[in-house]
Design a protein around this ligand. Structure first.
Ligand code: 73E
Length: 827
């Protein structure tokens, strides 16, 4: 039967790559897919028809890629990530298929503008920030490199909230990204997987007389897979992203339904479907909520089941699993996959524990994305035991075996055992997920050189002593397809004209542009690109938010999640200080280059200090922008709802990139890379990937300031007193006093009092300690910007020397150091 089918399968071919071919397909989709004529079609009808048409051009590649990966039986990467911040799909698909011009022309012949349809797409915001965007860059790179990969995650019905401002304060709205249709997804309800929760465990004797344990769960849900295409860049490959959506199981409904409780049965359905309802909006500070643990287990249980049952051949011997798969854990969010695989091997497949553990240890690798102690996930034993009782037992056993090994190596070292235990005893008994991941993973990596070093030295020192070879670094990267080619077509064209198109898949080749930094004509063209991108941004902000940008100013941009360690407050103090010095007559506004300060940032809805900071930025902006004394010199803009789509217009326009976290706190940053690749200069601390950016672009093309990590450590240990900086630095004092005076809150001193008193009495992230160094660095920025030719030269060198930050390079590093997988051979 299968054989017959295989033989009779006609090859799937893409529609004709021509304007006529496209127009025919587009109209067919409009008529038969949307059920409307061109005359009656809404913009949304046209967008949906276009999306479906474009995806047809990818379909043959997709089916062929899946078939070839199956045939080759090659080792696959299963990237397990609770977040994927994909950005819009249409343009990326057009670029991957090289269809942009055909589509533009075809649509124009029907009187439709491609740009109008582009804007109709709502991006899937299934992530919070850097971590989710990194996952999206990685799957893009693997597809482009022809490396077999399945991205596994959660199809949240509501992604990251939509941010609005009311009186300058953040107000969150639900992100209803699915309401107008989701043309990029392929649901497969028939392939749903059942996931169990709760209940208890019991011992029993199996048919061979062996004592075993089984899980007797209390309730279950279905995981329905939704497939998304991950197109490689013009290489004929399309990988798969599989996101799981929770549905109620029939059994679950029926039990209650049969007792006549119709309303309860329907309610129960909602309960099950809650699991994939909404993305938790906390970036780097997990809340320890039960629903979040449900989400984590839900998606990894579905993913492992899917890989074992559907991706592997039916007769596959799981002892060979490490030859076919590596589960890459994107932070600790999917770590519950470790006991889940053990449970499958030991309880379901009836393997010996040691046999199962030997295989499991080879199947996982763990990426850590943070150093902040409050960001390291721990799950209270009580909660974990209630939701996943068998998994808790397995974790205990893993821990017992591990600690027995440690005890052998360090006899009598009780303290060490307590430090290294996967189970923490205080403040409550809980599971340290990073420790579990480290014990189970074949490799553990940080995301930038400095971060990996600190991870070894500060976060997991006992583990790195125990397993020195387990630890490695892979510095993050970003995809040049989305963040240069798609986001910055003008720069892309300039680069391609200069060095040919090869840079898009081999970004190190940007180096070939280096000599052009000394070519006056090229610099002129480079400036024209920047100017064009600024106009494009200006038009977008006018349309989107009614924001007017001044014509010719330095664009100074700080976009990232709002978090105290990232120090948006330091940026605000800089602005307030300039403002205060101008209106007090100390600083002549015409003596500094006019600047636009642009912010983009979402705050976790429950993070009070972060929300206050957003309000402060908006209120400072209102006062500064309305004050004729600084008009033209200082402008503050804060478009709401910063997301991937806005980043794509904002970053290419930037002159200056603000990367000013306290040294040792930002694991990597990836925005910093996007800015450098688009020709912005960085003002930044010695933190995360800034360190490597500066090394590569050169000291003279980077504005470094602030304490370095060992100094931070020393200062905190010695006792940090922020008020002493306030007392000793009049510039700082005047800036803080102005905020404290209520000048930005209509005279009300209470509104921003929490920020002021936090700065003066606590200042966990040493804003005041770095203030003067930051201002001095900003003076160097002003001086450098005045020399237009020198600045352009630096900007070009930033682009030319940032090729290292391609996510393709990051993926090669993972392959070399961690995965040992291979690209599929070219046809
Ligand atoms: O420095 C960034 C890093 O560039 C880091 O803060 C971020 O990951 C980026 C990619 O490596 C990150 N996000 C989270 N932890 N680190 C996180 C934690 C909990 C929930 C959501 C995100």
């Amino acid at each position: 039967m299968t054989e017959n089918r295989a033989n009779s399968t006609a090859p799937v071919t893409a529609p004709q790559h021509s304007v006529e071919g496209f127009v025919k397909e587009f109209l067919r989709e409009l008529h038969f897919g949307q059920g409307v004529t061109l005359e009656r079609a809404s913009v949304n009808d046209e967008y949906l028809a276009l999306a479906r048409t474009v995806r047809e051009y990818l379909m043959a590649r997709w089916l062929e890629t899946v078939r070839r990966q199956r045939d080759a039986q090659a080792k696959s990467v299963a990237y397990l990530s609770a977040e994927y911040l994909l950005g819009r799909q249409l343009d990326n698909a057009l670029i991957a298929t090289d269809m942009t011009e055909i589509v533009e022309e075809g649509l124009a012949s029907l009187g439709i503008e491609l740009s109008t349809l582009r804007e109709q797409e709502v991006e899937p915001g299934l992530g919070n920030g850097g971590l989710g965007r990194l996952a999206a860059c990685f799957v893009d790179s693997l597809a482009t490199m022809s490396v077999p990969c399945i991205g596994y995650g959660i199809r949240y019905e509501y992604g990251i909230f939509r941010q609005t401002f009311v009186d300058g304060f953040q107000v969150e709205q639900a992100d209803t990204w699915l309401t107008l249709g989701a043309p990029w997804e392929f649901p497969h309800p028939e392939a749903a997987v059942t996931v169990h929760f709760g209940g208890s465990t019991e011992r029993y004797t199996d048919d061979d007389g062996v004592e075993r344990t089984r899980w007797v769960p209390a309730w279950d849900v279905l995981g329905v897979p939704y497939n998304y295409m991950v197109p490689g860049y013009q290489n004929g490959r399309v990988n798969t992203l599989r996101l799981w959506s929770a549905r109620a199981t029939k059994a679950f409904d029926l039990a209650i339904f049969n007792s006549g409780e119709y309303v309860d049965a329907v309610r129960a359905q909602t309960f099950a479907e809650n699991i994939s309802k909404v993305l938790y909006p906390e970036d780097s500070t997990p809340q320890g909520k039960e629903l979040r643990l449900q989400q984590q287990y839900f998606f990894v249980a579905c993913s492992i089941r899917d890989f074992v049952d559907n991706v592997l051949p039916a007769d596959f011997d799981l002892h060979n699993l490490p030859d076919r798969i590596i589960f890459q854990l994107n932070d600790t969010h999917p770590v519950i996959a470790v006991p889940e695989l053990m449970r499958i091997l030991v309880d379901e497949k009836k393997w010996d524990w040691d046999e199962a553990w030997a295989v499991t240890q080879k199947c996982f690798a763990y990426t850590c994305h943070t150093l902040l102690p409050e960001a390291l996930e721990v799950w209270p034993v009580a909660l974990l035991g209630k939701l996943l009782p068998r998994h808790l037992e397995i974790i205990y056993r893993i821990n017992d075996d591990f600690l027995a090994e440690v005890a052998q190596r360090y006899p009598g070292d009780e303290l060490r055992l307590r430090r290294m235990s996967i189970i923490a005893e205080y403040p409550e008994r809980s599971v340290r997920m990073a420790f579990l991941a480290t014990v189970a993973g074949a490799k553990v990596n940080g995301v930038a050189a400095l971060h990996s070093q600190l991870l070894r030295d500060k976060v997991l020192p006992d583990f790195s002593e125990y397993w020195p070879d387990k630890f490695t670094n892979v510095t993050n990267g970003v995809t040049p397809r989305r963040f240069v080619r798609l986001a910055n077509p003008a720069l892309s064209e300039l680069i391609t004209d200069a060095i040919g198109p090869g840079w898009l898949t081999d970004l190190a080749r940007l180096r070939e542009m280096e000599p052009l930094a000394d070519d006056a004509e090229f610099r002129e063209k480079f400036r024209a690109v920047k100017a064009h991108n600024k106009q494009r941004l200006s038009a977008l902000l006018q349309r989107r938010d009614g924001i007017t940008l001044p014509g010719d100013a330095m664009l100074d941009v700080m976009v990232k999640r709002l978090h105290e360690y990232k120090r948006q407050t330091l940026k605000v103090l800089h602005i307030v200080s300039l403002y205060e010095r101008i209106i007090s007559g100390e600083l002549d506004p015409t003596s500094i280059p006019p600047r636009v300060f642009a912010f983009g940032a979402k705050a976790a809805p429950g993070y009070k200090m972060a929300k206050q900071t957003i309000a402060l930025i908006n209120h400072v902006g209102r006062v500064v922008n309305d004050d004729p004394r600084v008009k033209g010199a200082l402008t503050v803009v804060f478009p709401p709802n910063y997301n991937v789509t806005l980043a794509e217009t904002l970053i290419p326009a930037a002159d200056l990139s603000e990367q000013i976290s306290l040294a040792g706190k930002e694991a990597s940053g990836t925005g910093n890379m996007k800015f450098a690749l688009n020709g912005a200069l960085t003002i930044g601390t010695d933190d995360g990937a800034n360190v490597e950016i500066r090394e590569l672009v050169g000291d003279e093309n980077f504005f470094l300031f602030g304490l370095v990590e060992p100094e931070v450590d020393a200062l905190v240990t010695a006792g940090y007193h922020p008020s002493s900086y306030y007392e000793e630095n009049p510039t700082l004092r005047r800036a803080i006093d102005r905020i404290a005076s209520g000048a930005f809150a209509g005279g009300d001193r209470t509104v921003f009092e929490p920020i002021v008193s936090n700065l003066l009495h606590e200042d966990r992230f040493l804003v005041l300690a770095d203030f003067q160094a930051y201002l001095d660095a900003q003076d160097r920025v002003d001086a450098a910007y005045r020399d237009t030719e020198a600045w352009t030269r630096s900007a070009i060198l930033n682009v030319a020397r940032s090729g290292y930050f391609s996510s393709d390079r990051a993926m090669w590093d993972y392959i070399d150091r961690i995965w040992h997988s291979q690209p599929l051979a070219a046809r």
